[in-house]
Unconditional design. Structure first.
Ligand code: PEP
Ligand code: MN
Length: 363
């Protein structure tokens, strides 16, 4: 009479087999990683090899001693192949510095006491599209200071669709913008368009702006990556979210971790707005990266009547701030007349948003 083995005894044997399977799986994974590495070395980025999989399955089917049917063996091994492929490919993909996988906690910028990102209250970046005159900058900065705005914008180098449009005041604009901002206790942000100008712009600006049209200018991204100034990186007009994040990666890869992402609308078939504000990009950028993300409502909408609802929506999806253009007299502005707010318009914007922004109006 054969003595029947107890369930506990059989389970102990199963546990032991599991451990052996796990050891074999790990061993297999290590060999797979070596193959992936060799393929990459040989310049063969495509790791998927259906013919090789088919060959392995045929051999396993032929060798299968049972009790599992061939279809079950096939299903199990197909899962193993899938996991192995993921392993081979993951070794190819470098973890991005912008990714939350590399840095879990939010990056919080502290630019001379102005904090952006993380759990900080959302910030406002405001000012005219272009720097045009001392009077224009002085009036705007004084007005915005009264509204608690800590970051003054103004373009000294303007990316214009037409080469005959106003191109900006250049270095004179930089000097004007930075001195007016300083007088009003504000930081100065301005766009840099050319690698040759990074040094001089960084001398005057507290934050360097990379405009939408230059998001793919890799030489410029590398250059601002080497500058000792925070960078606001606009999303390109037709850039995917991935391309935008890779553009940020260029800056971080040069050692500059102080990057603010800025969604400013993308070009679509829609004509009633200048661009289409992509709020899912804001939510995704917040989720996938640790960087602060702000929303430029002015260039997204291209029209004044949408600025308040779009800014509210941006904050609702988690934006760390709003970028908006304000001009003492938009009708006579040298660029973007259609969309800049005048002071009365900004009063309304401020009143509608201040509870969400928690911007204190100085006494
Ligand atoms: C700007 O902010 O001045 C500007 C030109 O915006 P964008 O690059 O988003 O078009
Ligand atoms: Mn503008």
């Amino acid at each position: 009479m054969t003595s029947q083995r107890s369930i506990d005894d059989l389970r102990a044997e199963i546990d032991q087999i599991n451990r052996e399977l796990l050891t074999l799986m790990s061993k297999r994974g290590e060999v797979v990683a070596l193959i992936g590495h060799a393929k990459t070395q040989e310049g063969r980025p495509n790791h998927y090899d259906p013919a090789r999989e088919e060959q392995q399955l045929r051999e396993l089917e032929a060798l299968n001693p049972g009790p599992f049917p061939a279809s079950t063996i096939k299903t199990i091994f197909k899962e193993i192949f899938k996991a192995s492929l993921a392993l081979e490919e993951s070794n190819d993909k470098k973890q991005l510095l912008v990714s939350r996988k590399v840095k879990r906690e939010d990056t919080v910028l502290d630019i001379d006491g102005v904090r952006i990102g993380g759990n900080e209250p959302p910030i406002i970046i405001a000012g005219p599209c272009s720097i045009e005159s001392e009077e224009q900058m002085e009036q705007t900065a004084a007005f915005l200071q009264g509204k608690g705005v800590k970051i003054l914008r103004g373009g000294a180098y303007k990316p214009r669709t037409s080469p005959y449009g106003f191109q900006g005041m250049g270095v004179d604009g930089l000097i004007l913008g930075s001195s007016v901002a300083r007088e009003h206790g504000q930081l100065f942000i301005t766009e840099v368009m050319d690698t040759r100008d990074v040094e001089v712009v960084a001398e005057y600006a507290d934050i360097l702006q990379i405009g939408a049209r230059n998001m793919h200018n890799f030489a410029l991204l590398r250059e601002v990556g080497r500058a000792r100034r925070p960078v606001l990186l606009k999303r390109g007009l037709s850039a995917t979210i991935e391309e935008w994040l890779y553009a940020a990666e260029y800056i971080l890869s040069e050692g500059n971790n102080e990057v603010i992402l800025c969604e400013r609308g993308i070009r679509t078939y829609e004509k009633w707005t200048r661009n289409t504000l992509d709020l899912s990009a804001v939510a995704l950028a917040k989720q996938e990266t640790h960087l602060p993300v702000i929303v430029d409502v002015t260039h997204a909408a291209g029209r004044r009547d949408l600025l308040i609802p779009l800014a509210k929506a941006a904050l609702a999806v988690g934006a760390d701030g709003i970028h908006i253009e304000v001009h003492p007299s938009p009708a006579t502005a040298l660029s973007d007349n259609e969309q800049q707010l005048d002071f009365a318009g900004y009063e309304q914007f401020h009143a509608a948003l201040s509870s969400m922004m928690r911007v204190a109006t100085p006494a």
